[in-house]
Design a binder for this molecule. Structure first.
Ligand code: SF4
Length: 118
């Protein structure tokens, strides 16, 4: 009887330890997925690029890269993987773009100055 209790307790701790080891990987995976998701709302108080005026219009910026009709656009290209997207200053999926005078663009956007991150 004692052996069964010990085994059960040992099994419990084994599973608990394994579970604790897996949690950080699950959190990291869900965080990176969240970072890739298209934001629903822009961060408050940030100057956003407009697709209808200024540099946004000139460079044919779109907030949803999949809607771009520009001949240079390729599937999978988006602000989030462009070298001009300042990911270090990102807020809620938006970040300042060097080509757009540091105004904020969405990670799902695209413009004709797109250049893939190295
Ligand atoms: S330069 Fe890059 S990050 Fe900036 S708007 Fe164009 S595609 Fe997006």
């Amino acid at each position: 009887m004692e052996d069964t209790k010990d085994l059960s307790r040992r099994s419990f701790f084994k599973f608990a330890l394994a579970g604790a080891a897996v949690v950080p990987f699950i959190l990291k995976a869900s965080k990176s997925f969240a970072a890739d998701a298209c934001p629903k709302t822009a961060p408050a108080g940030k100057a956003l690029v407009s697709s209808t005026e200024g540099m946004g219009k000139t460079l044919q910026y779109v907030t949803d890269s999949s809607t771009s009709k520009h001949p240079k656009h390729k599937a999978g290209n988006a602000c989030g993987n462009c070298k001009f997207f300042n990911a270090g200053k990102a807020e809620g999926g938006y970040a300042p773009c060097t080509m757009m005078g540091m105004k904020y663009v969405t990670n799902c956007g695209w413009c004709s100055s797109y250049s893939a991150k190295a």
